[in-house]
Design a protein around this ligand. Structure first.
Ligand code: NAD
Ligand code: IPM
Ligand code: MN
Length: 352
């Protein structure tokens, strides 16, 4: 069980340390952790946000535990040197096209949601976000038009094979959990989305038992907060998935609670190679204050045990310990409580 730990910037190292402590406290045989710089800290120390040796270490591992990247000091750098390029580069270089972002309101903790408790109670869904295509990875630039005005542009596109493989991931997840699948797009306006929808329909023919519907992204954003119980598995592209997953996290209670797994085709001895990270960023506004909620990262480590190491029992132990810590009132500032990063991590470990 070789794990590359990439803490990154801001609260990344703070939340990653708690997730590592949880993994270590399970005393799993053969667990080996390697650590490397990534993001703004890597740029400052090595001149690049994703140094070759960090990428090599990630490739040599069975799984990657990632904190967060992003540093306001770096926002004016050329785009290819900005911290965010590190996570985009890892996803692309490692072929991690399938991003799983589960969002559910913990039973008994509906009051943590800003939604009405009866509405929040119905929120239990999995966002399957395509992660290596879309407008994120298309050509982009800035130019000066004939009239002398500055113009920015980004090309959005999906090739059929990119939609096909992520559609299979989502349909398999829906079939396994007997859920319905909602594919989210903007096919009323975008050709990229029309292609997306056509391919999803084609692939879904192989899964006759999975109920499938399609929803425009604006309506999906609205339905997610008004009728979250209408969703089981949500399949969507890179940009829409980014936005909808932050929205879903707020409906759960806090972005500090949502983990993710990014998977591709490479397998390990007991599962799939993957990168695991909270969906939140480096939170510069609270970095260095010991205030960040580490639960999203701890839950990401649970996803790692499940998907990369076939350790379902230990994954469930971590998830139950997080639920128990929340139920016992170990809430960070993000949830209206006053517990710090270390206290929350300790509370989770005590409940393993
Ligand atoms: P963010 O997710 O870092 O923070 C948004 C808000 O949520 C902030 O108020 C923050 O304090 C709060 N928050 C986030 N995580 C929290 C936690 N664990 N506990 C308590 N509160 C938490 O988003 P942002 O402010 O838009 O971006 C900050 C930087 O992070 C930017 O540089 C951005 O590019 C980067 N970013 C990186 C990733 C990643 O590494 N995968 C993801 C998102 C944003
Ligand atoms: C996320 C983040 C990243 C994304 C950024 C930091 C590139 O917002 O993981 O959700 O947009 O994918
Ligand atoms: Mn995001």
């Amino acid at each position: 069980m070789k794990i590359a730990v990439l803490p990154g910037d801001g609260i990344g190292p703070e939340v990653t340390a708690e997730a590592v402590a949880v993994l270590e406290s399970l005393a799993l045989p053969g667990l080996t952790l390697f650590q490397a710089d990534v993001g703004g800290i890597a740029y400052k120390r090595h001149g690049h946000p994703l140094p070759q040796e960090t990428l090599d270490m990630a490739r040599a591992a069975d799984a990657v535990l990632f904190g967060a990247v992003g540093d306001p000091d770096c926002d004016a750098l050329d785009r290819h040197l900005r911290p965010e390029q590190a996570i985009l580069g890892l996803r692309k270089e490692l072929g991690l096209f399938a991003n799983l972002r589960p969002a559910r309101v913990f039973a008994g903790l509906e009051h943590l949601s800003p939604l009405r408790a009866d509405i929040a109670a119905g929120l239990d869904l999995l966002i399957v976000r395509e992660l290596t295509g879309d407008v994120y990875f298309g050509a982009k630039g800035q130019r000066v038009t004939d009239t002398g005005e500055r113009e920015g542009w980004d090309a959005m596109s999906y090739a059929a094979h990119e939609v096909r493989r992520i559609a299979h991931v989502a349909l398999r997840a829906a079939a396994a959990g007997a859920h319905k699948l909602t594919s989210v797009d903007k096919a009323n306006v975008l050709e990229t989305s029309q292609l997306w929808r056509d391919v999803v329909v084609e692939v879904a023919a192989d899964y006759p038992d999975v109920p499938l519907d399609h929803m425009y992204v604006d309506n999906a954003a609205m339905q997610l907060v008004s009728h979250p119980d209408r969703f089981g598995v949500v399949l969507t592209g890179n940009l829409f998935g980014d936005i909808l997953s932050d929205l879903a996290s707020a409906a759960v209670g806090s972005i500090g609670l949502l983990p993710s797994a990014s998977l591709g085709e490479r397998t390990t001895a007991h599962g799939t190679f993957g990168l695991y990270e909270p969906i939140h960023g480096s939170a510069p506004d609270i970095a260095g204050q010991g205030k960040a909620n580490p639960m999203a990262t701890i839950l990401s480590a649970a996803m790692m045990l499940r998907h990369s190491f076939g350790r379902e029992a230990e994954a469930a132990r971590i998830e139950n310990a997080v639920s128990a810590a929340l139920a016992d009132g170990f809430l960070g500032g993000d949830l209206g409580g006053s517990h710090g990063t270390a206290a929350i991590g300790e509370a989770v470990r005590a409940r393993l």
